[in-house]
Write a protein that binds this ligand. Structure first.
Ligand SMILES: [Mg+2]
Length: 316
């Protein structure tokens, strides 16, 4: 696939497995090219260093929190630690917002069959900003008109100048706009995105902004949600802090994937069921893969790469 203008042919990462007494904890350390600051090589070095410290008795959650500059490492290690200490509940979030793409007929039937959330609303996600803004507006209108219980999360990845964002909104009738749950980062700057929300009544969410230096969660007019991508954010402690801050500010926190394996997605679904139980997480990325890894994702037909097929890198 193409991610931020670079081709990604394989998704590379590390799995960590901890043993202590009769407990096992897994974690996934998989920096996402084009999004993570750290390379896989840096992540691997830091992971091995942390595991060596842990095997000598250091607290892994403390070690993980110290890797704030290497979020994928902090996240993977803290999840392995949370599983080991039975802190991460086993219950998984049952729903995930499906990503809308492909053939419209197939899409309508898939969305038609989608279960509702706690309020009976269907939630799906559409990427916008890749082609013409007008086309995006027409497409969103078509989906919302075809399915009256559908609510859409849109993601523009900061791709619109204010004029393009306005062109998009012109093609979405005002009475449909309330069923756009939010649009993630419509414009290049936060100020422009807030202005867009004010001018159009379409709610927005922060995603890229959350990972910027000095970002603080606070309520702003038109802002309704904060997207939390743990692989890009850091330790479980840091993620929980952001979720709590979002809730205090009256914002929805949406746990979302950074194209993790089925093992990582499984843990994110458990995190979502635990920390954001009323919100549908954004985890519909497994169909980009050719196989599942160690743990199965519910109903996925993909073959499973088992533990004994992994390439061992280090062993205590
Ligand atoms: Mg986004």
């Amino acid at each position: 696939m193409v991610l931020r203008n670079q081709r990604l042919k394989s998704r590379d990462g590390l799995l960590v497995q901890l043993w202590q007494d009769d407990q096992i904890g897994w974690g996934e350390v998989a920096p996402l090219p084009g999004f993570s600051q750290e390379s896989l090589e840096q992540a691997q070095q830091a992971t091995l260093h942390a595991l060596a410290q842990w095997s000598q008795g250091a607290s892994l959650s403390a070690v993980a929190s110290a890797f704030s500059a290497l979020p994928s490492v902090a996240f993977g290690l803290s999840m392995a630690d949370a599983e080991l200490r039975r802190q991460l509940p086993a219950e998984v979030s049952l729903h995930s917002a499906p990503l809308c793409h492909g053939d419209p007929d197939e899409l309508y039937s898939r969305l038609g069959a989608l279960p509702g959330d706690g309020n009976g609303n269907k939630v799906a996600k559409v990427k916008v900003g890749l082609y013409e803004a007008v086309g995006d507006g027409l497409n969103v209108t078509m989906l919302l008109e075809a399915l009256p219980d559908l609510h859409l999360r849109l993601d523009a990845n900061r791709s619109w100048a204010p004029a393009k964002a306005a062109a998009f909104a012109r093609y979405v009738a005002p009475e449909l706009r309330s069923r756009i749950a939010f649009i993630e980062e419509p414009c290049t700057t936060r100020e422009q995105s807030l202005e867009f929300a004010r001018d159009t009544g379409i709610a927005i969410a922060w995603d890229e902004s959350v990972r910027e230096k000095g970002f603080e969660v606070h309520a702003e007019p038109g802002l309704v949600a904060i997207i939390i991508k743990p692989t890009l954010i850091g330790s479980l402690t840091r993620c929980r802090e952001l979720i709590a801050q979002s809730h205090r500010a009256g914002l929805v926190a949406v746990i979302s994937s950074s194209i993790e394996s089925s093992l990582g997605l499984n843990q994110l679904a458990r995190m979502a069921a635990w920390l954001t139980p009323d919100v549908v997480p954004g985890l519909d990325t497994l169909d980009l893969m050719q196989a599942q890894l160690v743990r199965r994702w519910p109903d996925s037909p993909l073959p499973l790469i088992a533990e004994d097929q992994l390439e061992p890198i280090w062993h205590a």
